[in-house]
Write a protein that binds this ligand. Structure first.
Ligand SMILES: N[C@@H](CCC(=O)N[C@@H](CS)C(=O)NCC(=O)O)C(=O)O
Length: 222
């Protein structure tokens, strides 16, 4: 089977969950990182310069043989099943993991809608207000859900949900988003524990040293 993941050259959670899942499972795939220009033109015509089809003109896309699979959740589950980071025979656990991928999507969309629909130019005070009054509420609800679930609190468990949490909180707390605080993860104890747990895995350390740029900004978890 031939596998290719198409995304731009950033460690954004949407691409990192499928990328890292396949890496964890030592499953061969082509990690295709297109340029911003290529992405912008593919948004217009649905194809990258090298001819890969993006059905919804969005990325990430996972190409399985010649089939272009879209949507972060679908791709993450597919790669998670191949690599053992998503259950194949436990429907409840699978659904619990799905919820986490979906809340990560919700948080991402909240912020992108804020940027597209509310923000006219970047205002740090307004961003901080949005963070405190909108995004942090979601984060606290997520923290509460994780805190009350023994599976997610298990230091030995690892699934696509952990990778998604690690990377999205890594991004939110990195300082790369203007106006967002960087010192909030430590207030969210279970989320903090998951982020620290993921970073301790050797395959994650290896992935970071292999693929992250030297100026990569780590999340602020402590
Ligand atoms: N529903 C899609 C959304 C993916 C998405 O919004 N990707 C962004 C890049 S991170 C994108 O392609 N944006 C361009 C657009 O929507 O036109 C998913 O879950 O994968």
């Amino acid at each position: 089977m031939s596998l290719k993941i198409i995304y731009v050259d950033t460690p954004f959670w949407r691409a990192e969950v499928p990328r890292l899942s396949l890496f964890y499972g030592t499953i061969d795939y082509e990690d295709i990182r297109i340029s911003r220009e290529d992405f912008l033109s593919a948004k217009k015509n649905g194809f990258t310069q090298s001819g890969h089809y993006l059905p919804f003109r969005q990325i990430p896309v996972l190409i399985i043989n010649n089939y272009s699979l879209t949507q972060t959740g679908a791709m993450s589950r597919y790669c998670g099943k191949l690599s053992g980071l998503y259950p194949k025979n436990d429907d409840l656990l699978a659904a619990k993991i799905d919820q986490i991928i979906d809340i990560c999507t919700d948080m991402t969309v909240l912020f992108s809608n804020y940027r597209k629909n509310i923000e006219t130019n970047i205002n740090h005070n307004k961003r901080k207000e949005f963070f405190d009054n909108v995004l942090m509420n979601k984060m606290k609800l997520l923290e509460n859900m994780l805190l009350n679930d023994n599976y997610f609190k298990d230091l030995n468990s690892l699934s696509i949900a952990d990778i998604a949490i690690w990377r999205i909180f890594g991004w939110f707390s990195s300082g790369l988003i203007e106006g967002f605080p960087t010192n909030f993860v430590k207030q969210l104890k279970t989320i903090q524990m998951i982020c620290l747990k993921v970073e301790k895995f050797d395959f994650v350390k290896e992935w970071i040293s292999k693929t992250y740029h030297p100026d990569y900004v780590r999340g602020n978890y402590i």
